[in-house]
Design a protein around this ligand. Structure first.
Ligand code: ADP
Ligand code: MG
Length: 381
């Protein structure tokens, strides 16, 4: 069925055909031969990055992020699968013929050239007209906030400034996509956080597709439109930051992103689509919109900040479990409680230190923990 929107033919075509992704990986596998054994660095990745998107590959060291990135750039050939850029199959196209640029953690600036020369290098080599080089380099230095520092050498600049130069040098070529492999990894925390905001601003300003590799979950959550969480050569979940955080698809994602509680049990009843697990003699966990049936084993995650801690048994249709406070840690913005359940499970609870905070649970107290059914997420294994 065709939806008529603007009435023009162009509008019809636009709404009929989905936009071509900037980057598309289909069943991409990368195998290396190491000491006579085949190592699968990437075990089958399929994903599409939209034009203009800030897309992150997030995962622990060794999960295959850099290898995936290098296959997009063309520095590695996939053992199987295809790489498409803007709809064109580039699997066999060399890196310099792909319309992407890469920025590394080590800035790889030319030490004997000043900032201006470093940024202008690529354009000069392509024999771009002098006036045009001047205009584009000037414009790019303004975007990365380095106007006035044109004559400095890399060694006369901080790590953050050097990374801006590297960024300007990559962006000045007008690539259709920029690939960044842990570009802030060498910076200290404060500077890294400032650069995260900067990078996001720059990406919005230039409107170029960014693929960002990081092992730092807060970095990915801060900057990305969408995140692919990788583990052991595979994508475990691909979604927007909020979705990844609020609704982790697997136990790995739940554990890797933020702090999460993992509880397991067997479905005891199903009440109007809501699965109810029995926990101990008095406790229950409600899982909203669960397709599970009575007797099904089920693993559930719940985030620490969704849980209320109290000495009274909570009323109403909520998840509620009993436990004993084993640890209280004051963390300024909030308190962190560790609560042990009778079956040995331990639950972490964050309680914000609000103005009227009267919560006084202490070590050794018997408490009730409760949360809404919509904050329990059933996950795969
Ligand atoms: P990440 O960037 O997520 O830390 P990599 O993509 O660098 O991970 O590496 C993924 C896996 O592939 C690791 O186990 C790594 O040791 C292996 N690997 C990467 N490059 C090579 C190579 N050239 N030869 C053999 N093994 C490699
Ligand atoms: Mg890497």
């Amino acid at each position: 069925m065709t939806k008529i929107q603007a009435g023009t033919e162009a509008a019809l075509t636009a709404s009929d055909s989905p936009p071509v992704p900037a980057i598309e990986l289909t069943g991409v596998v990368k195998e290396y031969l190491a000491h006579g054994e085949v190592v699968q660095a990437v075990k089958g990745v399929t994903l599409a990055v939209a034009e203009g998107e800030f897309f992150s590959l997030l995962g622990p060291s060794g999960c295959g992020k850099t290898t995936t990135m290098r296959m997009i750039a063309g520095f590695e050939d996939p053992s199987r699968g295809t790489v498409r850029l803007h709809g064109r199959d580039v699997t066999d196209v060399p890196p310099n013929k792909r319309d992407v640029n890469m920025v590394f953690q080590s800035y790889a600036l030319f030490p004997h050239m000043n900032v201006w020369e470093n940024v202008a290098f690529g354009l000069r080599r392509k024999r771009v007209d002098g006036a045009e080089i001047k205009r584009r380099v000037g414009e790019m230095l303004e975007i990365v906030d380095l106007t006035g520092r044109e004559r400095r050498r890399p060694r006369e600049m901080s790590g953050g400034q050097q990374q801006r130069v590297a960024l300007a040098r990559a962006l000045v070529n007008n690539p259709r996509a920029l690939l960044l492999d842990e570009p802030l990894g060498a910076l200290d925390l404060k500077l890294r956080q400032a650069m995260q905001i900067e990078l996001k601003r720059i990406q919005r300003e230039v409107g170029i597709t960014f693929v960002y590799v990081t092992h730092d979950q807060s970095e990915a959550l801060t900057m990305s439109d969408r995140i692919a969480v990788m583990n052991d050569g595979l994508v475990e979940q691909l979604a927007a930051p909020r979705e990844i955080y609020e609704r982790p698809a697997t136990a790995f994602v739940a554990g890797f992103i933020g702090t999460s509680n993992l509880l397991s049990g067997t479905v005891d009843r199903v009440v109007s689509g809501c699965a109810v697990l029995r926990v101990g003699r008095e406790g229950r966990i409600l899982v909203a919109e669960s397709p599970r049936q009575v007797g099904d084993p089920i693993a559930v995650t719940v985030r620490p900040e969704k849980i209320t801690i109290s000495t009274e048994e909570p009323a109403g249709e909520v998840s509620a479990v009993r436990g004993t406070v084993s640890e209280v840690v004051y963390l300024g913005l909030y308190n962190s409680y560790a609560v042990g359940l009778a079956d040995g499970a331990e639950i972490t609870v964050f309680q914000q230190n609000a103005l009227d905070s009267t919560s006084t649970a202490e070590r050794g107290d018997a408490v009730w923990l409760s949360w809404q059914s919509r904050h329990s997420y059933a996950i795969g294994s």
